[in-house]
Design a binder for this molecule. Structure first.
Ligand code: FAD
Length: 470
């Protein structure tokens, strides 16, 4: 068996750096100093990705006098927020279909709140001049098999009933948008997706937070959360923070609160980025509307253009490691990169000869319902927002709003949602957990190669309302 960190073999990957394209940027800000003292504050936030940064920024907007401290184990945007596909979606429920299957009665509200959330992200980017190539291009769900096309037609009707502006694209119309011999059709969902440079968005939010007086300590891992009279202490290697309220925004990393651990499963997702395409290469693909693209199989690819006309190509393999392992060494996986490169050239054979410049992976905080859940503890003084699965770039802002509502003890339209009041089912403990994930992945792969037909195991999971996704 090939070791996880050996070099990929595909010739197009020969010069690809084992690095995140978005973070390989001269605009990356210098680190804020680690915490080396004992301090106090009103609100302490653990985690400096999108969830943590939005929590800090929105808290300051609600009350500029609030003293806010963010503690980040690595650097802001070093984890999922700086290494994702950059699809900033209005959906709060990991897509319309998942929302419909779980929260049908309140889906109209969730969809409206999701669009308001995306609008608010766009306004923040504009008002604070965050240079993150925010382009509200919309998204095309692509069918690469006839069963997928039939599903898209069905979902289009349901989407229209919920106010979506969508166009079903038949084979010719799809290939006229983006040219691939694999395409059988597509569903163009207008308005509800923006493509962004996610690291620049995170760094922009970080800058706005610092300007608003938020204290950020990077390279500062919180090792312990403990209760003191009326307050919470967060302990780090060289200091501590005593806070009136604490927001936990730690995504796929091991949760500080033991009670949260059964709900999160770190799943590694992998991404490639090509060199910039020449005008001739780009013309051979079309793609002049620059939509985000995703294929509609259970194991799916997501792909998009960057500002300098590269193609970012990710997804398909979603790898879980025994015991919820999270480790920077797992961010490289030669087998998956080779597979992704092969799929890329099968999709775009006209780009033969194009090379990849970057390859990387990152951990996703999968939960069994595929969308965020919230938890409070310590008499309402601690809140968490976790479980976005693969769609947290936009939803993290909503997650932050909910955490602040909960920490302030406010009853709002958000906190009244069933989605907010309920939790996903927990995953079983090891070794059952690992076995179940492997069986589910195998079954999903079989379904993709068998006209979408779901075996007994997948149907049982569907009935129980649980699953595995990225
Ligand atoms: C490869 C990949 C592709 C993706 N593509 C998309 C996409 O296209 N669209 C989309 O919507 N979503 C996507 N996602 C998911 C999305 O990136 C996340 O949902 C989102 O970034 C979550 O933000 P966050 O702030 O909650 O988590 P993170 O950005 O992971 O931040 C959590 C932070 O907490 C810190 N931390 C953890 N524990 C501690 C501790 N004890 N002390 C201090 N700090 C701690 C970590 O260092 C980390 O920086 C993708 C994810 C990956 C990995």
């Amino acid at each position: 068996m090939r070791p996880v960190t050996d070099a990929p073999r595909h010739p197009a990957l020969r010069d690809a750096a084992p690095a995140v394209f978005w973070l390989d940027d001269p605009q990356a800000p210098p680190a804020q100093p680690p915490l080396v003292s004992q301090t106090e504050c009103d609100l302490a936030i653990v985690g400096g990705g999108f969830t943590g940064l939005w929590t800090a920024l929105l808290a300051k907007q609600r009350n500029p006098a609030l003293d806010v401290v963010v503690l980040e184990a690595r650097r802001s945007a070093a984890a999922a927020s700086g290494r994702n596909g950059g699809f900033c979606d209005a959906s709060l429920t990991h897509g319309f279909a998942n929302g419909l299957s779980r929260f049908a009665a309140e889906l109209h509200t969730l969809e409206r709140l999701g669009v308001e959330n995306l609008d608010a992200i766009e306004s923040t980017v504009r008002d604070h001049e965050i240079d993150c190539n925010f382009e509200r291009t919309g998204m095309v769900d692509v069918a690469t098999a006839s069963w997928q096309y039939a599903d898209l037609i069905e979902v289009a009707e349901a989407m229209r009933a919920h106010g979506y502006r969508v166009d079903v694209l038949d084979l010719e119309a799809m290939r006229a948008e983006v040219a691939s011999p694999l395409y059988q059709g597509g569903l163009w969902i207008h308005d509800r997706t923006a493509i962004v440079n996610p690291a620049r968005l995170a760094w922009g939010l970080r800058r706005v937070c610092l300007d608003a007086g938020v204290r950020l300590h990077e390279n500062t891992a919180v090792t312990r959360l403990s209760a003191e009279t009326e307050r919470i202490r967060l302990t780090t290697a060289h200091g501590s923070v005593v806070a009136r309220r604490v927001a936990l925004a730690t995504n796929a990393d091991r949760p500080l609160l033991k009670r949260l651990r059964p709900y999160i499963l770190p799943v590694y997702d992998y991404v490639l980025v090509t060199e910039p395409l020449t005008a001739v290469q780009l013309a051979s693909v079309g793609w002049s509307n620059r939509q985000g693209l995703g294929d509609s199989a259970n194991q799916f690819h997501y792909y998009r253009l960057t500002a300098d006309s590269r193609i970012l190509w990710g997804g398909y393999d979603a790898i879980y490691h025994f015991g919820n392992r999270v480790d920077p060494r797992l961010e490289q996986r030669a087998r998956t990169f080779d597979k992704l490169a092969g799929h890329f050239f099968a999709t775009f054979p006209q780009l033969s000869g194009v090379r990849f410049t970057h390859r990387w992976g990152g951990a996703i905080d999968t939960c069994s319902r595929f969308c965020a859940f919230w938890e409070t503890s310590h008499g309402g003084r601690v809140a968490s927002s976790l479980g976005y699965t693969g769609l947290g770039v936009g939803a993290s802002r909503f997650g932050a709003q909910v955490m602040l509502d909960l920490l302030e003890g406010r009853r709002t339209e958000r906190t009244a949602l069933r989605m907010v009041r309920t939790r996903p089912l927990p995953f079983p403990t090891e070794p059952l957990r690992f076995g179940i994930v492997q069986l589910t992945r195998w079954s999903l792969d079989r379904a993709d190669h068998n006209g979408g037909r779901r075996n007994l195991w997948l149907r049982a999971l569907d009935l129980a309302g649980v699953g595995f996704d990225s």
